[in-house]
Design a binder for this molecule. Structure first.
Ligand SMILES: Nc1ncnc2c1ncn2[C@@H]1O[C@H](COP(=O)(O)OP(=O)(O)OP(=O)(O)O)[C@@H](O)[C@H]1O
Length: 258
């Protein structure tokens, strides 16, 4: 059953000087969907993610989440609205262990600022133990609770990616954006991550992800949106995209007879 869209993108456009990185893009994502954004290098995928998460403002167009306009909100406010993300280049704090890394994802749920944290007031300690419990639950969800006290430096790439996803989940989002989640993973790690994403979706999470690994895209996506030179050139189920001549042409860089 298809539910109402929760994320809506309308006429989104971004130009960097003379480069039109995203040009008048429309699409939506519904609750509990897994939607992939694909496209050749430089197609505008990261720029699109950066606009959705408030890292850069659009030149025009807008984004709504649960019908609330989030365009031009600061990234932490967008996270508080329920959209969190992982990054193409992992952003793990190497001086913290696994559970501490995940706990950093919870801070938008609590009222304590950095200033108060220094005073160790009773409510701060209470929030810290809540943050710890949440982080442990999130580690459980991605299947690496047993690594909670490991140094992040010693972990293989696949586990670090799971730490990042647990941290994104620790903010209690309604939707997670994953930027090339399979990059650098070996086949076993990729399979494990696919399972984690599927399990989280069946528990109610919605995913929008950028990915170059076509096997994963075809295997896991409900819908695929294809960008090329900043424009949406196709949208559909994996079967539809697989057969789409414009998509094949964009990837092969040559005209395919119609
Ligand atoms: N800050 C910026 N300043 C100028 N141009 C930019 C900036 N960010 C992106 N671009 C340009 O916008 C276009 C889209 O880039 P973007 O990184 O969004 O593509 P992408 O699809 O994510 O590529 P990749 O698959 O290689 O990560 C490219 O031509 C890029 O050079």
């Amino acid at each position: 059953m298809i539910s109402d869209p929760i994320l809506e993108i309308k006429g989104l456009t971004k130009s960097f000087g003379g480069v039109l990185a995203i040009n008048n893009v429309d699409f939506h994502v519904s609750e509990k969907e897994i939607v992939a954004i694909i496209g050749p290098n430089g197609a505008g995928k990261t720029t699109l993610f950066n606009m959705i998460t408030g890292v850069i403002p659009p030149s025009s167009g807008y984004v709504t989440f649960y019908r609330r306009k989030i365009t031009r909100m600061k990234p932490f406010l967008i996270a508080a609205e329920g959209i969190t993300r992982t990054f193409q280049n992992m952003q793990i704090f190497e001086n913290m262990n696994v559970v501490e890394n995940v706990m950093t994802g919870t801070h938008i749920r609590f009222r304590t600022g950095i200033l108060h944290a220094g005073f160790r007031l009773p409510h701060v300690k209470r929030e810290e133990s809540q943050a710890f419990e949440i982080a442990m639950e999130c580690l459980d969800m991605v299947g690496i609770r047993h690594l909670a006290y490991e140094e992040t430096k010693s972990l293989p790439y696949g586990n670090l990616r799971l730490v990042e996803i647990a941290r994104a989940a620790a903010a209690n989002p309604k939707m997670i954006l994953l930027d090339e989640p399979m990059a650098g993973l070996n086949p076993e790690e990729s399979r494990q991550l696919v399972e984690v994403i599927r399990r989280m979706r069946s528990d109610g999470m919605t995913f929008l992800f950028i990915e170059h690994d076509m096997e994963t895209v075809m295997n896991i996506s409900d819908r695929i949106i294809v960008l090329d030179y900043g424009e949406k050139i196709a949208e559909g189920t994996p079967e539809e995209i697989y057969m789409n001549k414009r998509v094949i042409s964009a990837y092969l860089g040559e005209e395919v007879g119609s």
